[in-house]
Design a protein around this ligand. Structure first.
Ligand code: ADP
Ligand code: MG
Length: 662
């Protein structure tokens, strides 16, 4: 059967399906809804401040209003539990015409106490007490249309082959693939959705961990020339550092040197909390590779960070020829660097992904360091490594992989951990405050400014969004102009040009900007020691680990630093753990319990993790089972695992070593 033979799929729809990688009936059946919205009408809690579904009656005709960024919304009044209340909804015209005075409707939205209004996201015109809506997440194909197409395929008797090993399906009563497909597209209740979720999650994790384990088995084939390093020079350099290395730093340096000296290509991931001193470990390793006669490339996600690293290297190793390669360089400068690089007259090249361009050719590249590796997609990593066969690679990340994930390696990467922090590091004092109390916070902030300290304000959105109810840059600017009328404010975000960003960042460094409103672009390694306060708006939207990394931007100098997490009442308790725990690894465990492993594997990393369910997950347990099972499976079928098409596909996605499997 062909997609085009299915009733109701015309050429236009077919094209749109193809654009979403749906080519066959099988693809269609396996294209599960991205989200299930579960609505249960409950008027008793309508004013609790959580997003809820409740009955209401239209009390006034809607009128258009303009919001900051020209997005359109309209306002109308409703009766809820006898109260007449204003509501705001972003929507298209059609809704306006349907909203007649006196009409009974069901609203989905959230009551905002401060504004005394409802912010609605959906209005239903038919009556129900509960319902499930599927969201396939394809913009130009209606959900209903896709569901009908699925129905037509199923009605024709088409069925799928299940490649998940039967023993595991039975062990957890996961349900056969065909059964799950039906439930996924036609759930009767929330339990059905949960069953779908369980099987998909299990399957995602099973194949993913299987491929990680399999990769580990394959890794040993990658051979290179061992490096002969000048160990006494390394020892001398270490003892002349302005500080004493921590034990963990020393151990990890030993791991790295061992890798350099080995005939197996190094693929090591260093995990260590923000501020644990990964940079120096990487730089010493770089120096070691250079003493063996090789060149080193250091790749970082932002220009700001690249410049900062260059300064550090020049300070630590003034005798090395180190250069910066970033896209904002003038053509002439670039060519000059590339020329010297090709002739081996540059020892260390630091840069952003500009390093990946084809014209960047080293004479004798021996080591690549990739800082903040979680910021690079797996694809960029692949490009890099394809280019660099037999070149040692060292990755740095501040995202600790929770121990409960049970991975001693991360697929093709060996792990080295830095747990200990350098001595005399003061923890960042963290407080959670509710948005209503932000004016009290202003007093504190003014005191810090009066002492010539500087402030970061982390803002969740650049632009106002219709679907996300978070503070955007304009709104944040308004708020802080009011709270801190004397302060010099600046704005930084990822959509700005590199030179604009640099300018803002250097104004902040020099103190010309006192309070910097920024998106999470600052998360990555930037160092301003005079910045002692961080305010994170809508803090509930971030994972605990991410907040922990953000707050690592302050507390870099002598002065006590503070982090204020601003959130709504509902989240105060959940975030409060950050005021008690300073250890990134422990927080990662907490995140893992709350949010499951998706955060660590990353969507891009895995290629799965596609389903976002809105309710509490038990992913951590599913993950554990899947890991144990995939290990057992690999033990049993060890030799044949890569004949499995699923494993092969996963290799294609996560591994640059795919070529070797054949
Ligand atoms: P991260 O691991 O987050 O990349 P950095 O490498 O930037 O952290 O280190 C943070 C700061 O700590 C730097 O200013 C660095 O010079 C300093 N540092 C690193 N190791 C030590 C140490 N053993 N003792 C004291 N300070 C250290
Ligand atoms: Mg760093």
């Amino acid at each position: 059967m062909d997609l085009k033979d299915i009733k109701k799929i015309g050429p236009v729809t077919l094209e749109r399906l193809n654009a979403n990688h749906i080519y066959t009936p099988k693809d269609l059946l396996l294209y599960f809804p991205r989200k299930y919205n579960y609505y249960q009408v409950d008027n008793s809690n309508a004013f609790c401040g959580e997003a809820l579904c409740f009955k209401a009656r239209v009390a006034s005709r809607p009128i258009w209003i303009k919001t900051h960024k020209n997005s359109r919304a309209f306002v109308f009044y409703i009766f809820v539990n006898e109260r007449k209340i204003k509501c705001v909804i972003y929507s298209s015209d059609y809704l306006r015409f349907k909203l007649q005075i006196g009409l009974d409707i069901i609203c989905f939205g959230k009551y905002k106490e401060k504004e005394n209004e409802f912010s609605l996201s959906t209005v239903f015109f038919e009556d129900f007490s509960s319902r499930i809506e599927l969201d396939y997440g394809i913009l130009d194909i209606k959900n209903k249309m896709l569901q009908n197409a699925v129905k037509n395929v199923l009605d024709s008797g088409f069925s799928l082959e299940d490649d998940l090993p039967i023993q595991f399906i039975e062990k957890y009563r996961l349900g056969s693939l065909n059964e799950i497909v039906k439930l996924a597209h036609f759930p009767r209740n929330v339990q059905d959705c949960e069953r779908v979720r369980r099987r998909i999650r299990y399957e995602d994790f099973f194949w993913y961990t299987l491929s990680l384990e399999a990769l580990k088995k394959l890794r040993n084939e990658d051979i290179k020339q061992p490096k002969i390093i000048n160990e006494s020079l390394i020892e001398d350099t270490i003892s002349s550092l302005p500080f004493e290395l921590t034990i963990d730093q020393r151990n990890v340096i030993q791991d790295c040197l061992r890798d350099l000296k080995s005939n197996k290509t190094m693929n090591r991931l260093i995990q260590g909390d923000v501020g644990s001193g990964k940079t120096i470990v990487a730089f010493i390793t770089a120096l070691a590779a250079i003493t063996a006669g090789y060149q080193v490339a250091i790749m970082v996600p932002t220009e700001i960070l690249a410049k900062q690293h260059l300064l550090t290297i020049k300070r630590l190793f003034p005798f090395l020829a180190s250069e910066l390669l970033v896209s904002s360089l003038k053509q002439k400068e670039k060519e000059d660097i590339l020329f010297r690089l090709l002739h081996g007259r540059v020892s260390i090249l630091i840069g952003t992904h500009a390093l990946l361009e084809n014209k960047v050719i080293f004479k004798n590249l021996g080591l690549v360091v990739i800082d903040e590796q979680h910021r690079f997609g797996v694809r960029q990593r692949q490009t890099l490594l394809k280019k660099l066969k037999g070149v040692d690679a060292l990755y740095l990340t501040a995202t600790p992989i929770p121990r409960t994930l049970g991975l001693t390696s991360f697929g093709d990467l060996d792990l080295s951990l830095i747990h200990t922090m350098p001595k005399n590091r003061r923890p960042v004092e963290t407080k959670v405050i509710s948005m209503e109390d932000i004016s009290t916070l202003a007093l504190t902030l003014r005191r810090h400014l009066a002492c010539d300290e500087q402030i970061y304000v982390v803002v969740p959105l650049i632009k106002e969004s219709e679907s996300l109810d978070f503070i955007d840059m304009n709104k944040a600017m308004e708020i802080f102009e009011q709270l801190l009328p004397e302060a010099k404010l600046g704005v930084l975000h990822g959509k700005m040009k590199a030179n604009e960003k640099d300018e803002i960042m250097s104004s902040f460094k020099s103190g010309k900007i006192e309070c910097l409103l920024s998106t999470t672009v600052i998360e990555v390694g930037v160092d301003v020691s005079n910045a002692t306060v961080m305010v994170i708006l809508d803090a509930e939207r971030y994972g605990l680990s991410q907040i922990h990394q953000l707050r690592g931007r302050v507390g870099r100098g002598e002065i006590q630093s503070y982090c204020y997490l601003v959130t709504t009442k509902a989240y105060v308790q959940r975030l409060d753990i950050l005021s008690k725990i300073q250890d990134g690894f422990t927080l990662a465990e907490e995140d893992f319990k709350l949010r499951g492993p998706g955060d660590y594997l990353g969507e891009e990393q895995s290629g799965f993790m596609s389903l976002n369910f809105d309710y509490e997950s038990n992913d951590a347990i599913i993950w554990k089972c899947a890991l144990e099972d995939s290990r057992a499976y690999l033990e049993e079928y060890g030799k044949d695992f890569h004949k499995n098409q699923r494993v092969e596909d996963i290799f294609n996605q996560i591994s640059y070593k795919k070529n070797k499997i054949n």
